[in-house]
Design a protein around this ligand. Structure first.
Ligand code: MLT
Length: 245
């Protein structure tokens, strides 16, 4: 499996993703929120880049059938139904509704990768499902870590390393890109104490300071939600739904 890894989304160009199988990772917290919303019955999650885009989509929908979610500076946006804490995307909130999601890095990264052949959202919660999908559809993959404010985010890099470890079956190929080697090696260094390594991540510490520490316990679990958020027609839906239509 050939793999390219972008350690932040900001350097990704359209040429980097066009016609490729692309996995966007934002562990804290956008992709964990998307995976949870779809797990809890949301019809679709629409990732948007800003308030204007979110407002425009919302204005065309019946108010009963959507939830506006997202954050700026980690906090719920004024007037939105939900913030960006994945456990808040309960069945009660999202079942049979569309979620319009507006976040600082994660939804930007997804928007940047729109021209991919296959585009999926990944986090620790659905890592196994993502790996099975990539193996089934392609022999090369582009992994885009959202990062944080144009900087590497440790939790996204470690999640990329976990995906590569599984895709390569614990056996790194002889020829790999520097960024793929970095993610894989970092994961191997930290995998026996992954939870404590993840808690030292800058973004994790920042969320703890903001009172979102419970989100870390939730987002750092590996494989509990076998959901594949698949991008089609400007929205992420469960893969089964996309492939049936
Ligand atoms: C983002 O997209 O930047 C994140 O999900 C930020 C967060 O809510 O922690």
């Amino acid at each position: 499996m050939d793999a390219e890894v972008f350690l932040t989304y900001s350097s990704v160009s359209e040429d980097d993703v066009r016609n490729r199988t692309v996995v966007v990772i934002d562990v804290l917290r956008a992709c964990s929120t998307i995976t949870t919303a779809l797990h809890n019955g949301a019809r679709a999650v629409m990732p948007v880049q800003d308030m204007a885009e979110a407002g425009k989509i919302a204005s065309n929908l019946d108010p009963d059938v959507y939830r506006l979610g997202g954050e700026r500076d980690g906090e719920k946006i004024d007037g939105y139904h939900l913030g960006n804490s994945p456990p808040d995307y309960t069945e009660n909130e999202v079942e049979n509704r569309d979620v319009i999601l507006n976040t600082t890095n994660g939804t930007q990264a997804l928007s940047r990768a729109k021209s991919a052949k296959h585009l999926v959202a990944a986090c620790f919660l659905n890592a196994g499902r993502v790996v099975d999908f990539v193996r089934a559809v392609d022999d090369e993959v582009t992994i885009v870590c959202a990062g944080q404010q144009n900087r590497l985010a440790l939790e996204d890099t470690l999640c990329a390393g976990l995906l590569l470890d599984r895709l390569w079956e614990d056996d790194e190929p002889d020829v790999v890109t520097d960024s793929a080697h970095t993610a894989y090696t970092l994961y191997h260094t930290d995998r026996d104490h992954l939870s404590s390594a993840l808690r030292r991540a800058n973004h994790a510490e920042w969320l703890i300071q903001k009172g979102f520490g419970d989100d870390l316990d939730y987002c750092f679990r590996i494989d509990p939600l076998p959901i594949l958020p698949y991008y089609t027609e400007n929205r992420l839906v469960r893969y089964e739904q996309a492939s049936a239509s």
